[in-house]
Design a protein. Sequence first.
Lengths: 125, 125, 125, 125
Amino acid sequence: MIPEIGARTWVVPGGHVPFPNHGPEPEFTGFDQLCVLNATDRDAELDLDIYYEDADPVGPYRILVGARRIRHVRVNDLIDPAAVRLDRPYGCVLRSPVPVVVQFLRQDTRLPGVVALTGTMAHPA
Amino acid sequence: MIPEIGARTWVVPGGHVPFPNHGPEPEFTGFDQLCVLNATDRDAELDLDIYYEDADPVGPYRILVGARRIRHVRVNDLIDPAAVRLDRPYGCVLRSPVPVVVQFLRQDTRLPGVVALTGTMAHPA
Amino acid sequence: MIPEIGARTWVVPGGHVPFPNHGPEPEFTGFDQLCVLNATDRDAELDLDIYYEDADPVGPYRILVGARRIRHVRVNDLIDPAAVRLDRPYGCVLRSPVPVVVQFLRQDTRLPGVVALTGTMAHPA
Amino acid sequence: MIPEIGARTWVVPGGHVPFPNHGPEPEFTGFDQLCVLNATDRDAELDLDIYYEDADPVGPYRILVGARRIRHVRVNDLIDPAAVRLDRPYGCVLRSPVPVVVQFLRQDTRLPGVVALTGTMAHPA
């Protein structure tokens, strides 16, 4: 019997997909990424809302994470209900029906021949 | 009905705006950034105090974050009540009348053709 | 009498060992690393489970951390019960019989002459 | 009346001062850094213990942080009771008589013309 691990709401205020990019796709494409771990025995459909500086929030985006699985989602790949624009500040709130853990990662390849990385655990709210 | 998300006080001890910079402004300017997400239905006026190694704290700086909005503020753009000096160690305490979430990000472009990034969720106090 | 420090379960959702690498081994090999601090008076044998996007979790991997010792483990060095494949998304859950603290670090040397670093404290669950 | 901010014990498991370095000192010297913010009205003398993989902990190192001040300490500058060896894995536990907040930062300049940064909030224990 494994105890439940994590929280049901996670927040990342500092989103900003780097653009433009240099280097071969997809491994050197610039991205913001949400990494989710679902240690429970239940498949989970998460709801993601994107917040902006100058517009109402957009969402929910749906992110499926299977039971006892992880999922790494590039924010720049999200298109439904609306593409997340590149090079624009955003934040996000992720809600899950089961406890999960969420980490944020950014890869910046705006300069030729340079990779910059940054990341942090998301904030469990 | 969305529950309140976050905390009212956030702390970043490790501030230091990189200087000098290389590359076009503003996208390659070196910066320290505070990223705030306000998921509540109320506009918020946050108070920021800057702490130094060798002088009394300076503040409050005022940071407005609308209801259901984010705001990414470059510390090097803060000038009232006093500019935050570049290349000088500082820390900060951010206070909000409503729960928010705060992330810290640094971009370092002191070397030509190089971008270095680092960041972390701020500490909710 | 030192109080116990840390938690017994730690989670990292965003694993991905960079590959290929450039530069001399082992100092410039790309890696994901788990850094454990055991401040207690008891040697500890930790269990690590690796979660994937498209397969069942694999584990437990055993990680020994002596009393009043740290241990920095490169995920790419783990081979029993099965090597962790490079360039593949994963997450992990670390369980300890005593309270410990866990930090995650990545070194990316996929581009010649470039080092990228990122990391975060793991999530205590 | 400002409420107390932070915790009295902080942990960083993933220390490792990069070596060798390239670029002018001190701004491009590689370092691990502990950044402390003391928002209280009391000067504080913190005790730092350094943990190793293969030896007993060494300490306490003393770190003074004034009332309503920050302090950024490079671990490679600590010499009493014993210098922290470069290029050697370590972890640390910081204890304070008053609540403080602690952030960890690394600058890696082992490659000529490259700066890599990483950091995280320390773990409050």
